[in-house]
Design a protein around this ligand. Sequence first.
Ligand code: ADP
Length: 239
Amino acid sequence: MVAKVEVLETGQKLNAMQEDFVATVFHNLRTPLGFIKGYTTTLLRENTEWDEETVREFLEIIDDEADELQILIDNLLDSSRLQSGTLRMRFQDIRLDILLRDIAKRAVIIDFGMPVSVSISDDSMIVNADAARLTQVFENLFSNINKYAPDSSVTLTLTREDDQAHIVLEDTGPGLRMGDLEKIFNRFYRVPETMFGVRGSGLGLYICRQIIDAHHGEIFAESTLGEGTAFHIYLPVIN
Ligand code: ADP
């Protein structure tokens, strides 16, 4: 009898979790879609003439929101493939120092314009990794710094610890509370105080952890409130 009640309770919990999941997904999809629909309908209104500057401004919003939708759909797809173990990885032996320098350069020049100080103490480490997926992990961490810790000093360090590569990406932003340090890796978790006015789905760090797990590595965060946050990644080195 007890076992039956437990099974029922587990089933109910699963149903509730699935409902929460669906509600969060739909809410996140509806927001950018609402903007796209709203601004497009406004531009198409026949009884109003819009000056060139306004048209451009509205088109830029539509463009940004479409990008947002694209990122969200990609993240949702990655997240469900990681959940079901069907995300394909292409593992190759790669030089970690080269990959990290490229990623840092990209963060500075192309994506976020943030200066990153790179320190690599061992430039011979080779890891068996999916370069595109590792890049995705760092792009997400840089994107988070851009969103939650703008104007930070950012440092990226790589050192060897026995047979592990230890990477640290550190910012000097607002930091995180102890209670949030583990939760930020949960699917859909966003720190309540920082989520207003900053777009996101709470999927990024969940995906990062799943990708690092698939590399037999480890990712976690350390932080001091008001001083900054450091993301640590350990990856097994094969040489
Ligand atoms: P999203 O950015 O979509 O909200 P993430 O899973 O990437 O989702 O991040 C989860 C939460 O962790 C963010 O909502 C933010 O509150 C917090 N966070 C992530 N990176 C940082 C950082 N560098 N500094 C402070 N808070 C951060």
